[in-house]
Write a protein that binds this ligand. Structure first.
Ligand code: ATP
Ligand code: MG
Length: 299
């Protein structure tokens, strides 16, 4: 894992698999809930809970550009009502310009707010086993990659670093955050998904599923945090390929790190350290990320 860089005026406080968080160094010891944070997206790529080597060139810049673009649309740029988000104005250090967001520190909710409009991934796995996703009963006879009758809220419990996030039922979400907050998170998540899926569709893309993270700001307002609607947090498929395709692979031509997952699944038995990604896989993945940004932001 590339180590976080020294940024004048900031101190490193946390590194996840992909992002590094910094707090203002002059606020050391301050407990002001409103303190700014710097969220820096690295070029690291993870799959099957491992950070792989090498990274994907400019991935962090692409993810940050996508997040900022979506935050602006969700703040009303798409004609909808304003969804509060964690972005704040202020200088960004030169060394991370383009890959960093300056944000308000939120009190993060312990659940990941997943919305699925299509059935695949861990949702597909649960459906084949039980006919449900996160406890929600679905019609019989659905295939991998099928569109759901309506989008569903399928929360996950945020596992500690290095562990697998766990899909939970709405009732379990209520136990974790309370009934009122759980309902608020569900309604907000479904609203944002529906708006974003409509935008994606205008650009020939299917937003199959996505994950949001919310926190409360100093005034207690539920606020959209983290990254949003990026190719790391979402599955985007090519709508034309989905309509024409017959096999799951043809239908789910994706703009995310599926290329990496597929290569790794074929080349590695998931024991020990994963192998180095070949240059060709790195290049194809980088191209896919760039293509998504081009498609979405094109008029
Ligand atoms: P993983 O590597 O499993 O994804 P992670 O999600 O903890 O772990 P990253 O996504 O790399 O790691 O790091 C981002 C972290 O910052 C997350 O823990 C996220 O909840 C947190 N975060 C995002 N926005 C805010 C915010 N405004 N205030 C406080 N924490 C935030
Ligand atoms: Mg994360």
């Amino acid at each position: 894992m590339t180590s976080p860089i020294d940024l004048p005026g900031w101190r490193h406080v946390y590194s996840g698999k992909v992002r590094d968080l910094y707090a203002p160094s002059d606020a050391a010891g301050s407990d002001a809930a409103d303190t700014a944070l710097l969220v820096v997206a690295s070029d690291r790529v993870s799959a099957f809970d491992h950070v792989l080597s090498p990274g994907i060139p400019d991935k962090g810049v692409l993810l940050t550009t996508l997040s900022l673009w979506w935050f602006a649309r969700l703040a009303g740029g798409d004609g909808g009502r304003t969804i509060p988000n964690h972005l704040v104005d202020g200088p960004i250090p030169d060394a991370v310009r383009g890959r960093a967001m300056r944000v308000r520190r939120l009190d993060m909710q312990p659940i990941e707010c997943v919305v699925r409009g299509y059935l695949t991934g861990s949702g597909w796995a649960e459906y084949t086993a039980n006919g449900t996703v996160c406890g929600i009963a679905l019609p019989g006879g659905l295939a991998n990659g099928d569109r759901l009758p309506a989008p569903i809220f399928t929360p996950a419990f945020k596992a500690p670093m290095g562990e697998h996030d766990e899909n939970i039922s709405f009732e379990q979400a209520v136990e974790l955050v309370g009934a009122e907050t759980a309902a608020e998170l569900r309604d907000l998540s479904l609203e944002i998904y529906t708006r974003a899926a409509a935008t994606a569709e205008e650009h020939g893309l299917i937003l199959a599923d996505t994950k949001f993270e919310f926190g409360r700001d100093a005034d207690g307002v539920l606020t959209l945090g983290d990254e949003v609607l990026t190719s790391d947090s979402s599955r985007y498929w090519d709508a034309a390929a989905w309509r024409a395709g017959t096999t799951p692979a043809e239908r789910m031509a994706s703009f995310d790190k599926q290329i990496v997952r597929d290569w790794l699944a074929a080349e590695w038995d998931k024991q020990g350290t994963p192998p180095e990604l070949p240059a060709e896989i790195v290049e194809r993945t980088a191209a896919r990320y760039r293509e998504l940004l081009d498609l979405l932001t094109r008029d």
